[in-house]
Write a protein of this length. Sequence first.
Length: 371
Amino acid sequence: MSLYSFGLDPVSCHAWNKDRTQIAISPNNTEVHIYQKSGKEWTKIHELTQHSGRITGIDWAPISNRIVTCASDRNAYVWTLKDRVWKPTLVLLRINRAATCVKWSPLENKFALGSGARIISVCYFEKENDWWLSKHIKKPIRSTVLSLDWHPNNILLAAGSSDFQCRVFSGYIKDIEEKPGPTAWGSKMPFGEMLLEQGDDGGWVHSVCFSPSGNSLAWVSHSSTILVTDAANKKTVTQLKTEYLPLLAVLYLNETEIVAAGHDCCPYQFSYTGPGSLKYIGKIDLPKQNSKVNMSAMQHFRNLDKRATTENENTDLETLHQNSISVFHSGPPSQSALQSQLCIVEGDRSKVTKFSSVGLDGDMVVWDFKH
């Protein structure tokens, strides 16, 4: 496990390049900072400053080396590196509320963007006019889209929203891709077709994630619940209500192991082996060792003056992160949302050996996982 600090400001979102030597982060403002790893240190090499609103999402395409960003200014940009300078291209989103999340598809020929406008924008590049267009998925979404994830087949798209629903849609764009074949989720997949709608018992759906095979889908909600639906078993839903604070992010480490994190400042491991078999495994964290020291007379009276107590209290948490593993998407009150992000650092989706998290404490942690 490795801990890195990028300053005092919260890190709202992050994304890695292909070989994990560079990372793009947003320090909870309108900018994206790109850092280069040199030894054990990170050096800032670029700043992306096109947005006028707070950054709410970043994703870095590993093959094409393009970065997509979205923000509360209702805009998204696709950034391309030319002559060592990142140049932006505006995306025609046609939304009237803040963008909240963005995700490249596995083949990187399109990306999906969620917003407070109750819309999912599936964006693709039109060569004839040399611009990025978007098609909208509207119904039956009734509130802000908080999270997105693509199925490995590059067609299906999972979405979690603040109307307590997790849904799976078809993101098929006939202008740029061949007609998809049948899957365990369904066979008819015209654009916008809904293949799953599953409600929760009273919580915003903060994060969604397909399994490496795409046959199951996990999501976490604000009711401190993790749920998994299995398309290969009649879309049976298995849920586990935890005793912890709400989970804000979820990630498959392999076909059966899942990790989730949120307000408890540390990731938790779960195991799913089939319908009805979703179990909590344990916490992935190293507790800090707090040592008590003798207190001088002067420190005794300083504590009495500042804290109205004589105790030498230590307010540090016994976790690596000292605040929520979460992101605050700022905007009008109706558009604000807490979200989280876990990214793969080493391995592929079928066998993740390292993953990263960022938090409101301004730190990034790279976690090791042994299968």
